[in-house]
Design a protein around this ligand. Structure first.
Ligand code: 3DU
Length: 244
């Protein structure tokens, strides 16, 4: 996977789903294509602001990550809305028994998600349930979290979580841009699986350092959706990455 990212198949056209409440089952989701190496976390809780940020970022980022703040504010239809023109990564941090995980992933995918994020600590059966339910959509597994508290528990098990992700057939892992040295170690565990790294900007991580350490893309929230000019902010991050 890694190294051939730009050669991946184009995501299936989503033209046919405009205005639809659910995506049709026949639409095949494609793998994330990493041209800019930026995933935008749209955590704005004003739905109109979220929509305008998403629109401004078109052509500047590779995916839109949607988390509970926006889904609770705007409703799950926002996933379908964004999915008409973007790869939508549903960051629901899924961490339940296998049956509940399956139900959550099925709903996210039916709404248009091309990828979902789950936790590993619920166990391999729970992660496998996500991978099976996702079908053509991609599953990313959280390893070590990027905030200071991520060192209390997740860091101690991050390598195990990464190995579990590989065994379960996940597309990749989430690893902290705030600790590039940990990204480097986790890269050694996951081989060519994708690594997406949150923690850039507001949490203090540097995008170039994360990519240099082995991340395929950085996840950026506040530094984009709170920016006066989100497109300009994304372009500046892309430039930093290019000159790493
Ligand atoms: O700190 P930011 O505003 O750039 O947002 C980071 C996003 O990535 C946010 O949606 C958060 O929930 C998510 N995330 C982490 O920050 C750290 C993790 O370990 C996993 C996900």
């Amino acid at each position: 996977m890694r190294g051939t990212l730009l050669k991946r198949a184009e995501p299936a056209s989503r033209e046919g789903v405009k205005g639809a409440t659910f995506m049709t089952e026949t639409l095949r989701r494609g793998a994330m294509r990493l041209r800019h190496r930026i995933v935008a976390a749209i955590d704005a809780t004003d739905a109109d602001r979220a929509r305008s940020v998403a629109k401004a970022l078109a052509g500047h980022v590779d995916a839109l990550k949607v988390n509970w703040p926006l889904v609770l504010a705007a409703g799950p239809g926002i996933v379908t809305e964004f999915a008409t023109s973007a790869y939508v990564l549903c960051d629901f941090k899924i961490a339940d028994i296998p049956n509940t995980n399956r139900l959550i992933v099925e709903q996210a995918v039916a709404r248009g998600a091309s990828g979902v994020i789950c936790h590993a600590f619920a166990g391999e059966d729970s992660v496998r349930a996500c991978v099976e339910a996702a079908k053509a959509a991609e599953v990313f597994v959280v390893t070590e979290m990027s905030h200071p508290g991520g060192q209390e528990f997740t860091a101690k098990h991050a390598e195990e979580f990464a190995r579990l992700a590989v065994r379960a057939g996940a597309a990749g892992i989430i690893a902290p841009a705030t600790r590039p040295e940990r990204v480097r170690i986790l890269r050694g565990v996951v081989g060519d699986r994708l690594i997406l790294s949150p923690g850039v900007g507001a949490q203090g991580g540097n995008p170039a350092d994360a990519i240099r350490a082995g991340a395929d893309a950085v996840i950026v929230g506040r530094a984009l959706y709170e920016a006066e000019d989100p497109a300009k902010a994304a372009a500046a991050i892309a430039r930093e990455i290019e000159t790493r």
